[in-house]
Design a protein around this ligand. Structure first.
Ligand SMILES: [Zn+2]
Length: 136
């Protein structure tokens, strides 16, 4: 997946480690990076969930490492794609998104039939994380 950088070159999507307050490292954050001017940009579709995570951490967090791929469904999918050496192309990502969406919909069906409201809410949250990225 590519995006045009303000310098005119293409930015490639990748997974990065980002630091917060110098004490917390967050791995597996989807970031667009420009190889030409070294500009980085957090993928727009995960921005709101990332900022929610940071505000939950507060101003003086204890040192720790957070795996963003465990926090965010779409980042998790990119992480699995990268681990399996699937190129992060638009077509590859769309296919994986569809597979994961179907998996979650199946689970949602089970949660609904078990009348497990908490599990349903969690699954609905994960589904919206997967589909939210299309807004970007
Ligand atoms: Zn650039």
């Amino acid at each position: 997946m590519f995006k045009r950088c303000i310098c005119g070159e293409a930015m490639a999507l990748g997974l990065r480690k980002v630091f917060y307050s110098k004490t917390v490292s967050i791995t597996g954050v989807p970031v667009y990076a420009c190889g030409h001017c070294a500009r980085n940009e957090v993928y727009p579709g995960v921005k709101s969930d990332l900022s929610r995570l940071l505000s939950d951490l507060g101003a003086k967090p204890l040192p720790r490492e957070i795996r963003f791929d465990e926090v965010h469904e779409w980042a998790g999918m990119l992480h699995r794609a990268a681990s399996a050496s699937v190129p992060l192309s638009a077509a590859g990502i769309a296919k994986l998104t569809e597979e994961r969406t179907n998996e979650l919909l199946d689970l949602l069906l089970i949660a609904a039939s078990l009348e497990d409201a908490a599990w349903k809410r969690e699954l609905e949250g994960r589904l919206s994380q997967l589909n939210g990225q299309y807004i970007a």
